[in-house]
Design a protein around this ligand. Structure first.
Ligand code: AMP
Ligand code: ZN
Length: 134
């Protein structure tokens, strides 16, 4: 196995190359080019602490692959979306916010408040949240 295979940057038999946008902030975090505080990771997803937390616990759960937003998901992404939510729930338990309840949200586009065009779910907890959000 080559070094690039080990790093997951080279597709093996039956695998495909990871989707990556070299100008994307979160793709660069996934690649380790920018630092982050990683909370969890697996083969499909990583979770990092938000750099500007808006709640006592504020974690971003994102796919390793570059998917611009929830608007770009298709039926083929069902396993990925399941994994992202399962990972968020697992982190909520390990962060101690599961019992009190928490919020998982993803912003889409300008009016949705999206500022980083790489799909991510905000996992927020540790306080009560208003509804509807502002
Ligand atoms: P959104 O505005 O929904 O696209 O969410 C983007 C989130 O990424 C915001 O909550 C930012 O605070 C957060 N963010 C931006 N840059 C970084 C970074 N380098 N590391 C961690 N979180 C970041
Ligand atoms: Zn990206």
């Amino acid at each position: 196995m080559s070094a690039s295979d080990a790093a997951g940057t080279s597709p093996g038999a039956g695998a495909r190359a990871p989707r990556r946008d070299p100008s994307c902030l979160f793709c660069r975090i996934v690649a380790g080019e920018l630092s982050s505080t990683k909370v969890a990771e697996d083969d499909l997803a990583i979770a990092i602490r938000d750099i500007a937390p808006r709640a006592p616990t504020h974690i971003l759960v994102l796919p390793r692959d570059h998917v611009p937003s929830a608007a770009d998901l298709t039926d083929a992404d069902a396993p990925l979306v399941g994994r992202l939510f399962a990972l968020a729930a697992e982190i909520a338990r390990s962060e101690g916010i599961a019992d009190g309840g928490y919020r998982i949200v993803t912003n889409v586009g300008t009016w949705g408040g999206q500022t980083v065009d790489h799909l991510h779910f905000h996992l927020m907890g540790g306080r009560a949240f208003d509804w509807p959000p502002g």
